[in-house]
Design a binder for this molecule. Sequence first.
Ligand SMILES: [Zn+2]
Length: 131
Amino acid sequence: MVDFSMYEEATPSVFASKCPTCGTLYHPAPMVCPKCNTRRDPSGVIYSAWEQVALEGKCRLLTWTRVWNLPEGYDVKYLLFGIAELENGLRASGRLLVDDPETGMTLYAKAGVVKTKGDRELYGLMFDRTP
Ligand SMILES: [Zn+2]
């Protein structure tokens, strides 16, 4: 049997880090959990690694803003950014892919190309109307 899954392109994801002690989700991950002071060791050598939880799925838009003065690397006039609350309670900021955002609207978080640097694509969190 041939396993075709190995030919599929890896789907990029944006992850939150879960504190192994108290279970709080963070994005971006702190070096020390503000709630229970558990240390995060990116190498996983001294302290246990924090579980990576994909930031995807249904969320509610809490607030949003339009940004006009963009740094180098963006090829658009302005970008919409929002802060949304995911169903797991995590609040994360990301780019809004809707033209007419409304506070409280239901959106879906997913990973997308936020900017290109030369021939490299950088992924970040995005919010869209559809999953
Ligand atoms: Zn903690």
